[in-house]
Design a protein around this ligand. Structure first.
Ligand code: F6R
Length: 241
């Protein structure tokens, strides 16, 4: 694991965006694995700036997002499809048809998972997978537990995860109980992984994920088994590593 600690929000965003931009510069057809949540928002803003400045183009790129809430349609304000369109895709030159987010509204959710696995299988390999880190050690929506699943699958969300995400909904009752997520196996297949975390509240889980035992109780700990991981932390999140 290559750990980069940077000072301040701006440098954090620039570092993440810089890694993605330089990949696109050397490989304009790069396949990006993308994440939602608060961590990548500033990174996406920086990428939009780089696009506007002509530094980077997404015209030939494609993207696959990690996860989506079950039950939220693409135009629901809190759906991850909507998030991606608003925070990134609508502001860059990526063809929308090249962007993929698992479907949260397929009548039988397991069929959406199977379909996403087919799509990922056809791609072969994601070039760069961007990840945030949940307070409980989740990546994507792979929650801690007795076992982990490799491919895209349906999960029941942890109470802690629902509480953490309730800030985006009117009340916790509106937070979906289930999600569709790429599995740990799919995530680990990426050529390169870019894990990002900021804030003091992430320091402890960052340490557990990067330096603790590899265990299903902390799904992010499996990143220790991947040969090409870059971890970008701000000073607060990096306080214990
Ligand atoms: C988002 C995702 C989640 C988040 C994680 C951290 O697509 O898969 O694993 O990355 O919950 O969220 P933030 O960045 O809001 O702290």
């Amino acid at each position: 694991l290559n750990i980069i600690k940077v000072k301040g929000e701006q440098l954090f965003n620039e570092t993440g965006a810089g890694i993605i931009a330089s990949l696109l510069q050397s490989n304009p057809r790069a396949v990006l694995g993308l994440a939602t949540g608060s961590t990548p928002v500033g990174v996406y803003q920086k990428l939009i700036e780089l696009y506007r400045e002509g530094v980077v183009s997404f015209k030939q790129a494609s993207s696959y997002n990690l996860d989506e809430y079950i039950g939220l349609s693409a135009d629901h304000p809190q759906s991850y499809r909507k998030f991606m369109n608003e925070k990134l895709f609508n502001h860059i030159d990526i063809p929308l048809e090249n962007t993929h987010v698992p479907s949260g509204t397929t009548a039988v959710p397991e069929e959406a998972a199977a379909e996403y696995n087919r799509l990922l299988g056809a791609v072969g390999q994601i070039d760069l997978q961007l990840l945030g880190l949940g307070h409980n050690g989740h990546i994507g929506f792979n929650e801690p537990g007795e076992e982990l699943q490799g491919p895209t699958h349906i999960v029941e969300l942890d109470e802690r995860t629902r509480q953490a995400n309730a800030r985006f909904f009117r009340s916790i009752d509106e937070v979906p109980t289930h999600a569709i997520t790429m599995g740990i196996g799919s995530i680990l297949q990426a050529k390169q992984i870019l894990l990002m975390a900021k804030g003091e509240d992430k320091a402890e889980i960052v340490a557990r994920a990067l330096k603790g035992p590899i265990t299903t109780k902390c799904p992010a700990s499996f990143l220790q088994t991947h040969p090409n991981v870059v971890v970008v932390l701000d000073q607060a999140a990096g306080g214990l590593v």
